[in-house]
Ligand binder design. Structure first.
Ligand code: APR
Ligand code: PHB
Length: 397
């Protein structure tokens, strides 16, 4: 078995792992990333594209923000619609903040390129990645690459390996509590090289189900439809998708809809999941490894970023000041923000989707009433805006 050594071993080269490695590298802290699949495979996963300012600031600090800041679009508002009634939420007027619309694939590619440029080590197609002795002062990871077995010794392990990764499984069942809610529908997404229907995103609630109009640029649109979990992509020709979207977007927006051939179509399930705690000995769960939110509100990537921010501050203090005690702050600080994000995503998901028989007529009416209440009130819109742009990051004690 070949032996290697680093300070912080990172499992997973998704956005969480890459961002953490770039930030730690800026502080002179050595990392090695172990990734199960190829870089191209990582870039093949299409995900949301709304970045909070906190995330954008971190990417700047990490030195990977050039494309985000030149190609990303700053959005000062977002729209909600109930049937044909459209309600703009002026994010900047209400909160002083904005969001950046820039795809997760693009930000991941930018961070991958920056990592390579700076010579930070990443092992792609590493198999059988397994953390060991994470409660001891000498944790290590074993893995295989090209038929050779490796032992990577380290001080800390950052589990950035997504929902299906190995890190969370390393925490014994009697130590962790897992909370899960699986929603009875999925999101069918379609990407097309057509101009967006509207300048701002539109989250639309209709009796036929929820729809979202989003975008990647002035010439690329991203749309979503709530669909039953039993549906497959093959059930949805482009024509069927566009026809349904027209029925779920407000009428005066549909006038601007340009349809075209899809360049990607996929269905994602919608669920909430939280693992407590996020730290076990010298192992930390970061991003999707520790929590998942339904995509309504685009909080997944942004919550991953706030985890990274907290762990980055902790690791910097550990290595610069020798304060090892502060690692205990990771889980409580990260979880406070995560639960808020989970609550906001749950609220948005509940109020905007059609739950069919799962909710009785009374509950459905209450949800419409609640959404109308918030959208008709300046205070209500402000509450939505504050959460949409993202709550502030909490500092270490
Ligand atoms: N060994 C090594 N790598 C692994 C393993 C393993 N056993 N299991 C999973 N991975 C890798 C995956 O291949 C993936 O590239 O870990 C990476 C995890 O990346 P993501 O799932 O993208 O998770 P994360 O980086 O936390 O990103 C946060 O934001 O918008 C949301 O859910 C969305 O991906 C998104 C997330
Ligand atoms: C997206 O553009 O893919 C997107 C935007 C907002 C969401 C979810 C997804 O809430």
């Amino acid at each position: 078995m070949e032996r290697k050594k680093t300070q912080v071993a990172i499992i997973g080269a998704g956005p969480s792992g890459l961002l953490l490695s770039l930030l730690l590298n800026k502080q002179g802290i050595d990392t090695v990333i172990l990734e199960r699949v190829t870089g191209d495979y990582v870039l093949g996963r299409i995900r949301a594209g709304v970045l909070e300012q906190g995330f954008a600031k971190l990417v700047r600090e990490a030195g990977a923000a050039h494309n985000m800041d030149t190609l990303g679009e700053v959005h000062h508002g977002v729209e909600f619609a109930i049937d044909d009634k459209r309600v703009p939420i002026e994010l900047t007027e209400l909160t002083g903040e904005s969001v950046i619309v820039y795809g997760q694939v693009d930000i991941t590619r930018d961070m991958m390129e920056e990592r390579e440029k700076r010579g930070i080590e990443a092992v792609y197609e590493a198999s059988n990645v397994q953390p060991h002795d994470v409660k001891s002062d000498n944790p290590y990871i074993t893995y295989e690459k090209d038929g050779v077995e490796y032992k990577l010794e380290c001080d800390y392990i950052a589990g950035c390996d997504g929902f299906h990764g190995v890190s969370r499984k390393t925490i014994p069942d009697d130590v962790k509590t897992e909370y899960e809610k699986v929603y009875p529908f999925g999101w069918l997404g379609l990407m097309s090289d057509t101009p967006p229907i509207n300048e701002e995103l539109i989250y639309s609630k209709t009796k036929r189900g929820f729809a979202l109009a989003s975008m990647r640029s002035k010439t690329r649109s991203r749309y979503y439809l709530q669909v039953p979990l039993s549906d497959t992509v093959e059930d949805w020709s482009d024509e069927r998708f566009w026809e349904e979207l027209k029925k779920r977007m407000p009428k005066d927006a549909v006038k601007n809809l340009v349809t075209g051939k899809s360049i990607e179509k996929s269905i994602v399930p919608t669920r909430s999941f939280i693992c407590e705690p996020l730290q076990y000995g010298n192992l930390f769960l970061v991003g999707d490894a520790g929590h998942i939110v339904p995509p309504t509100g685009a909080k997944g990537l942004n919550l991953a970023a706030s985890d990274v921010a907290t762990l980055y501050k902790i690791m910097t203090r550990v290595y610069k000041e020798g304060d090892k005690k502060c690692i205990e702050q990771y889980s409580p600080i990260a979880l406070r923000r995560i639960w808020n994000g989970v609550r906001f995503s749950w609220w948005m998901t509940d109020l905007l989707h059609n739950f069919g028989d799962e909710k009785d007529f009374y509950e459905q009416r209450m949800e419409t009433s609640e959404l109308e209440f918030f959208l008709n009130s300046e205070a209500g819109k402000k509450v939505i805006a504050e959460q949409y742009v993202g709550l502030p990051y909490e500092d270490l004690k």
